[in-house]
Design a protein around this ligand. Structure first.
Ligand SMILES: Nc1ncnc2c1ncn2[C@@H]1O[C@H](COP(=O)(O)OP(=O)(O)OP(=O)(O)O)[C@@H](O)[C@H]1O
Ligand SMILES: [Mg+2]
Length: 469
């Protein structure tokens, strides 16, 4: 056989071998990209595949992701050949050679992150308006650039080039649907081996697939986040529906129990009037009467709490509401050795709402204040103008000298059924809170020097100015 024929056939055999090798690489690369959904791991696998000894492509690879808002490339990852231990081919089916893909365990990923190159890359940001000219070209034209010698391009003063000791290199953009995701930069800094055309082809194909895979993992992550949010919302809705069902059930049971209870209390009171005082029978009846009153109150509270918020919006004078409550209460306070100090200036203090519900707010707070001072004390009730988020408001304050609320309980006291009292239902403040919120207001609580202060803040009716009335 003539020499030229031998040369030709050995060249085509080498080409065939090379083509087979490249095909194998692409196959492994695409199965790897398909089997990885975590963005971070995917980036490590892409760069490791470009620099590992077995593939013999490049010695060093760096990845920069594009930030559209700042128009900058942010360094994400840098891997050199000496840092690819742990990068290996695994087979999902040991009997099937086509089931192989590249993998890296968590330790190997952590080691890569800690390498000097990676730390340096992660500190690097390339400002595209004034940074490396070559990288800016890659971004602008969205195509691969091979630079054989940066010296001849006057790149010596470029921060980026000198920082990484770059001489010859290739920069390839990662693009999906014409959007730039980032740039991969590869080179052979130690051996200074030239980058061949064949390597460029492989790199370009890798970059095309990598861009799509990165985009896919991002989309997948967004989808997962949206899915989790949807699931949370669904759970909250189901929980809300359950609560509503429980509330309705509690309301109907309370309603059914209330009627016979009133009858029991009423007849017990009648019987009581027929019996002489200070007899055991009268004492038994008094106990029945007081306990049935307690149960009536409890059922009333449960009804008030579980009832759908229906407010009859009418103009009501808050000063009148506060005064009425105090009038009902002043005798009891005297009996309990509680001195009352009021500061309720005249004026119209008109709020839009339901005066019965607002009365319930004041009464619940007054009862709590009185219960906090079993040995007596000082109760201050005030009404003043205030502002809440720019809206003119009325502030009703009820301050006692009962020692205040321990800090660890402050976040719990508005929770339905939370109570520290032997006979409390724990619904008083929950009802107050709900009524105030339904009126567009807010409730605040503070500890003072010797007690607690509750502030009910309600928006004043439009055009109502208490100072002028
Ligand atoms: N003025 C106050 N001083 C100290 N602690 C208070 C005061 N007001 C409320 N608390 C605390 O908040 C808890 C909850 O109050 P809430 O009015 O909701 O229920 P309750 O008073 O225990 O029972 P009830 O349903 O009969 O009102 C009380 O048990 C008490 O520990
Ligand atoms: Mg209470």
């Amino acid at each position: 056989m003539p020499d030229t024929t031998i040369e030709k056939s050995s060249a085509s055999a080498t080409e065939a071998l090379q083509a087979q090798r490249d095909l194998q690489l692409f196959y492994l690369f695409s199965t790897t990209l398909l089997s990885t959904m975590q963005l971070n791991k995917l980036l490590h696998l892409i760069l490791s595949a470009l620099v590992c000894e077995d593939n013999g492509l490049f010695c060093r690879a760096m990845l920069f992701l594009y930030n559209q808002k700042t128009d900058m490339l942010q360094g994400m990852l840098g891997i050199c050949r000496s840092n690819t231990d742990g990068f290996r081919v695994v087979f999902s089916d040991p009997d099937n050679p086509l089931s192989g893909y590249w993998d890296l365990d968590a330790d190997a990923i952590a080691r890569q992150m800690q390498s000097d190159l990676c730390l340096k890359v992660r500190e690097t940001r390339i400002d595209l308006s004034e940074g490396c000219r070559i990288v800016s070209h890659v971004v602008e034209n969205k195509r691969l650039y091979r630079i054989n010698d940066v010296e001849c391009l006057n790149c010596r003063d470029c921060d980026f080039i000198s920082r990484f000791g770059i001489s010859s290199f290739v920069a390839v953009p990662l693009v999906t649907r014409n959007n730039l995701i980032g740039v991969i930069i590869v080179d052979n800094p130690v051996k200074h081996q030239p980058i061949t055309d064949q390597q460029l082809k492989v790199l370009q194909l890798f970059a095309n697939q990598a861009g799509m895979a990165i985009e896919n993992t991002r989309l997948y992550r967004n989808l997962e986040e949206t899915h989790n949010e949807l699931q949370d919302t669904r759970q909250r809705l189901v929980h809300g529906a359950h609560l509503a069902a429980i509330g309705e059930m509690a309301a109907s049971i309370s309603h059914e129990l209330k009627t016979p209870l009133i009858t029991i209390g009423g007849f017990a009171a009648r019987l009581g009037r027929m019996l002489p005082e200070n007899t055991p029978q009268r004492h038994y009846l008094d106990t029945i009467i007081s306990e049935s009153h307690r149960l009536e109150r409890l059922l009333g509270d449960i009804l008030a709490f579980s009832r759908k918020p229906t407010i009859c919006f009418q103009e009501c004078n808050l000063r009148g509401v506060v005064k009425e409550c105090l009038d009902d209460y002043v005798v009891l306070l005297g009996e309990r050795k509680i001195t009352l100090e009021t500061s309720v200036p005249s004026g119209s203090w008109t709020v839009l709402g339901d005066s019965n519900q607002l009365k319930q707010v004041c009464i619940n707070l007054l009862v709590n204040a009185q219960e906090a001072m079993p040995q007596g004390g000082r109760l201050q009730v005030g009404l003043r103008a205030g502002g809440d988020g720019g809206r003119p408001c009325a502030v009703v304050s009820i301050t006692d000298s009962g020692g205040g609320i321990p800090e660890e309980l402050q976040s719990k006291i508005f929770t339905p059924f939370f109570t520290t009292k032997r006979h409390g239902t724990g619904l008083g403040l929950a009802i107050v809170n709900r009524i105030v919120q339904n009126h567009g207001g807010s409730l605040k609580v503070f500890n003072t020097d010797d007690g607690a202060e509750f502030q009910v803040i309600l928006p004043l009716a439009p055009f109502d100015d208490p100072q002028t009335a």
